[in-house]
Write a protein that binds this ligand. Structure first.
Ligand SMILES: C[S@@+](CC[C@H](N)C(=O)[O-])C[C@H]1O[C@@H](n2cnc3c(N)ncnc32)[C@H](O)[C@@H]1O
Length: 196
């Protein structure tokens, strides 16, 4: 099959890797939520060889991820698994969670469920790293983020940029504390949470 392609992955993968290299320093299993095309799973773990990378997505998107992973042939990436972030997760072991550009796609109640499940399933000390555009104190951080939010909501009224403070509250309720909030290119952020 033709591999699905998202230009944003090529643009954001370098800066994301630079952040992950600060936190994912020891051997561990990372569960990626909403792996999308599979481009991140086919590239990031090549530069983090001490990690075991577990991609996951809604079942319909797994063939595209497999196509990227077949070509990349990375020894530290597992076959992608079907996982609906907002539904009960399958039984599996992982040390950290990672998700890129999903919190503004899922409905707010789905994000809350994903955080609750992730918080319950992460081991003590586990990290939940979330990349994407966020609002602060209810405000957009740029005109382009405001336009993007309008485009998202026109496509699906349940989508939309989440407020960083709201995400922090959901994480706290799930037992996770914000340990870093990195500014990223193009008005994105990387939020790093740690389970107590
Ligand atoms: C904007 S894309 C980001 C994909 C990828 N992480 C990236 O950075 O290119 C959002 C992804 O979330 C996935 N998604 C939407 N709802 C989901 C859910 N309930 N559980 C898991 N993934 C979901 C979509 O299939 C889509 O691939």
């Amino acid at each position: 099959m033709d591999k699905p392609y998202a230009p944003s992955c090529d643009n954001n993968r370098g800066p994301i890797l630079a952040v992950l290299q600060q936190y994912f320093t020891a051997p561990a299993t990372v569960l990626e939520l909403g792996s999308g095309t599979g481009q991140h799973a086919a590239w990031l773990p090549a530069h983090l060889p001490h990690l075991t990378w577990q991609p996951s997505e809604l079942a319909d998107n797994l063939p595209g991820i497999r196509a990227w992973l077949n070509d990349a042939a990375l020894p530290n990436v597992a076959a992608p698994i079907p996982l609906d972030m907002a539904a009960p997760w399958p039984a599996l072991d992982f040390d950290h969670l990672f998700s890129v550009n999903t919190f503004h796609i899922l409905a707010a109640d789905e994000v809350a469920r994903a955080i609750a499940t992730g918080g319950a399933r992460l081991p003590a000390g586990g990290l939940f790293v979330v990349y994407g555009p966020f609002n602060y104190d209810g405000d957009f951080t740029s005109d382009s983020n405001a336009r993007f939010d309008g485009w998202l909501r026109a496509r699906n009224p349940a989508s939309g940029l989440r407020d960083q403070g709201w995400v922090v509250e959901q994480m706290q309720t799930a037992g996770l504390t914000l340990i870093a909030d990195h500014a990223m290119p193009a008005n994105n952020r990387t939020l790093v949470f740690r389970k107590a």
